[in-house]
Design a binder for this molecule. Structure first.
Ligand SMILES: Cc1cc2nc3c(=O)[nH]c(=O)nc-3n(C[C@H](O)[C@H](O)[C@H](O)COP(=O)(O)OP(=O)(O)OC[C@H]3O[C@@H](n4cnc5c(N)ncnc54)[C@H](O)[C@@H]3O)c2cc1C
Length: 385
């Protein structure tokens, strides 16, 4: 069969952009499609996990990311109903709005592979044996490839059309995000707030530049039984005694937006005949904190490398593509198992605030390989700026 491309990548977020860069290094003929036009926003906390840094460096992207508007943070302040904890980082972490971060990655990908923006994928093509062999872009354009990669986010059309999309309530989180101006904050610090009534979950306040903060609320599976709309809960928490005075003059810069997060607390299938899934499409979000940029990028990198070998041959069936899934789980499985176990222990009410210090220390050590627990205070007055 003649194929138009070796690889079609659906979605140009962190997973798809890094996959394109990785595929280009393997000399694959790749096409990257996204329904949006870049720069585009993505609902997110905008915290770039330190574990993404090696890949940003590997593709010479770190300087470009640092040149985008961002806030360097050197400490995390964790507030619970009973204590406050401050974790000092050895190296600054970056908070970069996704509209900027993803654009840096996408433009780098655009320089090395063919891209089409404003190009939604609507269906998959299959050959006579039923193996995926391309996509339908827009209403009717058929494009063929040896392998199709779904890097198209939590509601992936590739996963849906391939029959792998499942909403499993116990393994999904939900979250909100809104940018605000006129909220007092300490430059160089990001904040995580735990409350009894949104357990398991947390609210974050992350500075994204000198005057704007990204505020969001993440709720993990066991809390889904509560039927309060998430945006209402988000507003309500900002009016809670702990935060009310700081948000008294807050000016929202848009609506409170919600999004879904498929958690890696289960191992979902990542491949089939002629296709693979990466990033959120594959459900690779950390079960404890809900970050996923790092795993999305890593899965993209692995996909490019593995497909570089496979596309040189003529067999793109599930048995061959299993190498991709195996490599992803080899590299990410131990991390996800660790955080899943923590999540399970923590989800049992009442919240174990007293073990928070241990959690945070482990979190920093395990996830970020650094960070020093510098202070542990008893419940203290919330800062009012
Ligand atoms: C509120 C919230 C806060 C979060 N905070 C953090 C955080 O601070 N740090 C962190 O690391 N992670 C965070 N995450 C998780 C993180 O946003 C995701 O894990 C990450 O975006 C995954 O990247 P991706 O490339 O897999 O998917 P996405 O970033 O979702 O990219 C998917 C791309 O596919 C495109 N697409 C979708 N459908 C189609 C289609 N049919 N045809 C063509 N293109 C299509 C989209 O336009 C998009 O560009 C957060 C998530 C949420 C919801």
């Amino acid at each position: 069969m003649h194929y138009d491309y070796d690889l079609i990548i659906v979605g140009g977020g962190p997973a798809g952009a890094i996959m394109a860069l990785s595929a280009a290094r393997q000399n694959l003929r790749a096409l990257l499609l996204d329904k949006a036009r870049f720069p585009r926003d993505k609902v997110c906390g905008d915290a770039i996990p330190p574990r993404s840094r090696p890949l940003l460096q590997a593709y010479n992207l770190l300087d470009a990311v640092r040149q985008a508007p961002h806030a360097p943070v050197t400490a995390e302040v964790v507030q619970t109903p009973t204590e406050q904890l401050r974790v000092q980082f050895d190296e600054p972490e970056l908070i970069v709005r996704r509209v900027h971060f993803d654009n840096v990655l996408f433009q780098a990908a655009k320089a090395v592979v063919e891209t089409r923006e404003g190009c939604p994928v609507t269906d998959l093509l299959r050959d006579d044996s039923g193996q995926v062999c391309g996509v339908v872009a827009g209403p009717s354009q058929k494009i063929t490839a040896r392998v199709v990669a779904g890097a198209d986010g939590f509601s992936s059309i590739v996963a849906r059309r391939a029959g792998l999309y499942r909403y499993e309530r116990a393994h999904w989180a939900v979250a909100t995000r809104c940018y605000y101006r006129r909220v007092p904050f300490t430059p160089g610090e990001y904040e995580v707030h735990y409350f009894d009534d949104i357990w398991p979950g947390y609210l974050w306040i992350f500075p994204v530049d000198d005057e704007v903060v990204n505020v969001g609320l993440g709720q993990f599976p066991a809390a889904h039984t509560e039927r309060i709309p998430l945006a209402e809960l988000h507003r309500r928490l900002l009016q809670s005694p702990a935060l009310r005075s700081r948000f008294a003059r807050a000016e929202p810069l848009g609506p409170i937006r919600g999004w879904n997060l498929p958690l890696a607390s289960i191992q979902r299938p990542l491949h089939g005949d002629g296709f693979i899934l990466a990033g959120d499409a594959a459900g690779l979000i950390d079960p404890l904190r809900g970050h996923g940029i790092d795993a999305a990028m890593l899965s993209g990198q692995i996909a490019g490398e593995v497909l570089g070998q496979i596309c040189r041959g003529s067999d793109y069936r599930a048995e061959r593509l299993a190498l991709y899934a195996e490599t992803v789980w080899q590299q990410l499985g131990p991390l996800f198992n660790f955080t899943r176990r923590f999540r399970e222990r923590w989800d049992n009410p009442p919240p174990r605030w007293q073990s928070l210090s241990r959690l945070e220390t482990l979190n920093k050590f395990y996830f970020q390989g650094r960070g020093v627990l510098s202070q542990l205070n008893p419940a203290s007055e919330q800062r009012s700026g």
